[in-house]
Write a protein that binds this ligand. Sequence first.
Ligand SMILES: Cc1cc2nc3c(=O)[nH]c(=O)nc-3n(C[C@H](O)[C@H](O)[C@H](O)COP(=O)(O)OP(=O)(O)OC[C@H]3O[C@@H](n4cnc5c(N)ncnc54)[C@H](O)[C@@H]3O)c2cc1C
Length: 308
Amino acid sequence: MVENHSIYQELSKIIAEDNILVDEYIKNHTYTQLGGAADFFVTPASVAEVQEIVRFANQAQVPFTLLGNGSNLIVRDGGIRGIVMSPKRFTAVRRDGNKLIAESGARIIDVSERALEEKLSGLEFACGIPGTVGGALYMNAGAYGGEVKDCLDKAVVVNQAGEVQTLDATKLDLGYRTSNIPEKGYIVLEAHFALQPGNTDEIKAEMDNLTFKRESKQPLEYPSCGSVFKRPPGYFAGKLIQDSDLQGKGIGGAEVSTKHAGFIVNRNNATASDYIAVIEMVQQTVKEKFGVELEREVRIIGDELESN
Ligand SMILES: Cc1cc2nc3c(=O)[nH]c(=O)nc-3n(C[C@H](O)[C@H](O)[C@H](O)COP(=O)(O)OP(=O)(O)OC[C@H]3O[C@@H](n4cnc5c(N)ncnc54)[C@H](O)[C@@H]3O)c2cc1C
């Protein structure tokens, strides 16, 4: 096991020291506002730096984690060992014909807005999804009948060997809130979205309509990770939770939203362990009442807080 001071020394040969934060609290970087400290939180500024960091982590066997906007992740209170990489410096979006090419750290909401400005249709569904482009590909994010799979043409990734590859979207095995990105260990650098020329008023009307639906149904005033559970075959997770009388029930600072039963909100400085305890309470109650296993959509990563 490589010592932390050696990891720092090696990282500082690859990227500027200002772009390496030590013992950085992940809750400062997640939409959920949950998560203990990462040993090293790095924000590379070039593709070459990303490649070098991946090669170093592999060769030295240092644990490596990618963080987007943390809107689908719960990081435990003990934080994350090794290197956490954020693509927050990669936010450019450019047009090429009827395609929008977006870097992985751009917010998918901003890419959707850019499509509107460019009079391109196909990304309206993404106008309220608070993740990055990288996180949206990883999850095959979708809403209101649309998903990334419908408009993704290609992705540019760094593979586990640190090489840049351009992949057809079909190579990512995009399914219902899944892809093969975790299994292959790809780091998404860029997404090429193939869109259609559209009419500004129609695109805007659709985005306004979806925003209205979202704002009227979702508890956007509190940090959360969106819908916690996948849709179980033949049921709706939110309805099962509502019918289990769980809305408003909480542990510590986390509770099942009173506005949307499928959401668990960080209502009052919740810890990750409060949040996870509420998830487990919901799963157990729904299983007991309806015999349905709720599968999490949200990922839980990191270490438990060590008790002294
Ligand atoms: C209020 C609210 C509403 C939501 N609504 C929706 C919705 O309508 N539809 C929907 O699908 N989701 C929704 N979500 C969930 C979430 O926004 C999406 O899953 C989003 O795609 C996650 O992106 P992220 O950048 O936050 O990823 P993170 O949560 O940071 O990470 C998720 C996973 O993606 C990986 N990842 C991140 N960036 C990269 C990269 N560059 N390369 C490779 N892997 C990467 C991470 O390692 C992690 O495993 C909602 C969440 C909230 C809080």
